[in-house]
Ligand binder design. Structure first.
Ligand code: FE2
Length: 421
């Protein structure tokens, strides 16, 4: 195993598709009205925009939820004919679209298809009374897609005429030069938030949505740190190649089964990142455990395909955020209390009181550059599929390798209780 946990550095390079950051994540869910209530009341998102029968959308109902820079869209089909109905039948509630804000959706689509992506939605305008945006989409693992969304400057060249150039809007937006590991590195919203009419679209989110403000009580969630994809046994390298060759990412960290194997729950993982480290996608595949079923295989069995496993949400004060989320009823995985006895020796000096971490069940890990604090929710559906990670980075760029063992023992305990080990 020569790939053991290497962090590969790469200079900040411009993404060949013009990807800037994650625009939003869209979930297909069985009942968006109730899911919206859960994400608003429990996670503290605010409802910002709505699309449904009242807005003339007879096919789906969608809610845009936002907290700081995190945008989640919850979509439900209004009838069995809509493809979302089949998606929900197959996968249960899950992530359909990890949508990118790009410089030029036409360029991102044409270039990615040229590099081997499967086309899902040809570039087109999304329009309403507030103006238009360009949208296209390509497939990734399972039934998951990546949308490309770009905003046109009023008076600037239409992206469809740009023929792959970076266009007049190439320097707009919030492409940060920092590694994207602190919330401030990506502060600010999308151009869609501008109300000054300087863009062709001035509405609340995307054409088709109307503003609908229902305030949640924020819990301090700031930014999507990474989104993990679970793929089938033997497919990890194929999907890492896809993110390298098609999306222009590079290998950021590799974990092999020595890092992340317990008696049963072995997995392999490679973290792919864009050149600016704004977008990080770890890809997991199951590894052979000692006779039990890998947690990745459990996910795939219940999701019925590859798919997004967890979304890691960055916060500034993990004690505050996790305290709030627990008060609100979010259920987290817990490790044995003995884990906390070993923190001083393993991690050294930290700012937080270990008793506070223990009370809340927060885990700590360190790398050369600092430490991180993290915790994982239980799956947020009845099927053991999608869950969330809440994390705070204090310099550390890693993913909590030192916690894998303790965490996976706890995951196995949950699997055992589900009869899936
Ligand atoms: Fe994670």
């Amino acid at each position: 195993m020569i790939t053991n946990t290497t962090t590969e550095t790469a200079e900040a390079v411009k993404n060949p598709l013009g990807l800037k950051k994650i625009h939003h994540v869209e979930f297909y869910v069985g009942n968006a009205k109730q899911a919206e209530f859960y994400y608003r009341k429990a996670f503290g998102f605010s409802r910002i925009a709505y699309s449904g029968l009242e807005t003339g959308n007879r096919e789906t109902t969608s809610y845009l939820l936002r907290q700081s820079n995190i945008n989640f869209v919850l979509t439900t089909p209004m009838g069995p004919e809509h493809p979302a109905a089949e998606h929900i039948k197959q996968h249960g509630d899950g992530v359909k679209d990890i949508a990118f804000y790009v410089e030029d959706a036409d360029h991102a689509f044409n270039e990615s298809v040229k590099r081997g992506a499967r086309a899902v939605v040809e570039p087109h305008d999304l329009k309403d009374d507030n103006g238009s945006v360009r949208h296209a989409a390509v497939a990734t693992y399972g039934d998951t897609i990546h949308s490309f969304i770009s905003y046109n400057r009023v008076g600037g060249p239409h992206p469809s005429k740009g023929e792959g150039s970076n266009g007049a809007n190439g320097t707009e937006g919030n492409t940060s030069s920092a590694a994207g590991t602190t919330p401030s590195a990506q502060s600010g919203g999308h151009p869609s938030l501008n109300k000054d009419g300087s863009y062709e679209y001035s509405g609340p989110f995307l054409p088709g949505f109307v503003e609908q403000n229902v305030e949640g009580e924020p819990t301090g969630l700031m930014l999507i740190d990474h989104i993990v994809g679970n793929v089938e046994l033997g497919k990890m390298n194929e999907w890492c190649d896809f993110y390298r060759d098609v999306m222009g990412f590079h290998r950021y960290i590799t974990f092999d089964d020595k890092d992340i194997s317990t008696e049963y729950s072995a997995l392999m993982s490679i973290v792919m990142s864009d050149g600016q480290h704004n977008i990080k996608f770890p890809i997991n595949e199951p590894a052979e455990g000692k006779g039990g079923k890998s947690q990745i295989q459990e996910y795939i069995d219940f999701y019925r395909s590859a798919g997004a496993q967890h979304i890691a949400l960055l916060c500034r004060d993990v004690l505050y955020t996790v305290g709030k989320l627990q008060e609100n009823g979010i259920e987290f995985l817990r490790v044995p209390d003995t884990y906390y006895d070993e923190i001083p020796a393993r991690v050294g000096e930290i700012d937080e009181d270990i008793e506070d971490l223990k009370r809340l069940g927060i885990l700590v890990d360190r790398d050369d550059e600092g430490y991180l604090l993290q915790i994982f929710t239980k799956p947020v559906e009845d099927r053991p599929t999608v869950f969330f990670e809440i994390l705070q980075r204090k310099g550390c760029k890693g993913f909590g390798k030192g916690n894998f063992k303790a965490l996976f023992v706890s995951i196995e305990e949950e699997q055992r209780r589900r009869g899936n080990l």
